[in-house]
Design a protein around this ligand. Sequence first.
Ligand SMILES: Nc1ncnc2c1ncn2[C@@H]1O[C@H](COP(=O)(O)OP(=O)(O)O)[C@@H](O)[C@H]1O
Ligand SMILES: [Mg+2]
Length: 237
Amino acid sequence: MLDVVDLHASYGKSAVLHGMTLHVPRGKLVAVLGRNGVGKTTLVRSIAGLTEPRQGQVIFDGKDVTGQPPHQIARLGMAVMAQGRRVFPSLTVRENLDIGRRAADRGRDGGGIRWSLEDVFAELPVLRERLSIKAERLSGGEQQMLAFARILLRGPRLVLMDEPSEGLSPLRVRELHRIVARLRDTGMTFLLVEQNLPFALDLADHVYLMAKGAVVHESDPESLRADEGVLQRFLSV
Ligand SMILES: Nc1ncnc2c1ncn2[C@@H]1O[C@H](COP(=O)(O)OP(=O)(O)O)[C@@H](O)[C@H]1O
Ligand SMILES: [Mg+2]
């Protein structure tokens, strides 16, 4: 579904990605783990067209999308759940969902399963209860669910998630885990960027460890869990 080949990216003169290569098979969840500042967000942004790569390729479902504008890549069925705040704070939950739905209608479909509002409420009942409340008044976990709902309405085939568990309560992390696992089982493909090791290892089919803009380790999650040397060296756990 996604092949990132020798990707380089910089901000001005400062190089951040030094040849990232990774592979995300269809219907799988691949995690990229790494400490703060190693370039995880830059990787996500370079894949989605939000940052222009210096060198290398991004192949999405067999198509070279390197350097294409983000809206065009999104239209092909790639969605990004950005790090940090992901909703329009001064709009209500209903308005946030409407924007998600209209964006979906404009983009036509990215080839994935588009959820109806009813599907979304069945999975995330808290949103129905909060429809007329401004998004800024939701808890962090609820805002995260709202961001997720907007992605489901669009029906992407590949979802890039940048530290989705950051700042969530243990209860919300479990809820997020349940939803992502279910979606993966329906065939949705994920690239998950995380610092939260247990969350990522529980979900992932395959893991990459990143340091200073390059892959330093790649394995199945069980092997990484058992490799204390690598964990200590690259994640300080
Ligand atoms: N917009 C930017 N301009 C300049 N430097 C940036 C910018 N965004 C990130 N960086 C730098 O690039 C490096 C990687 O950042 P980032 O991709 O956000 O890492 P991570 O997501 O792993 O924490 C850091 O040293 C950061 O300071
Ligand atoms: Mg980041």
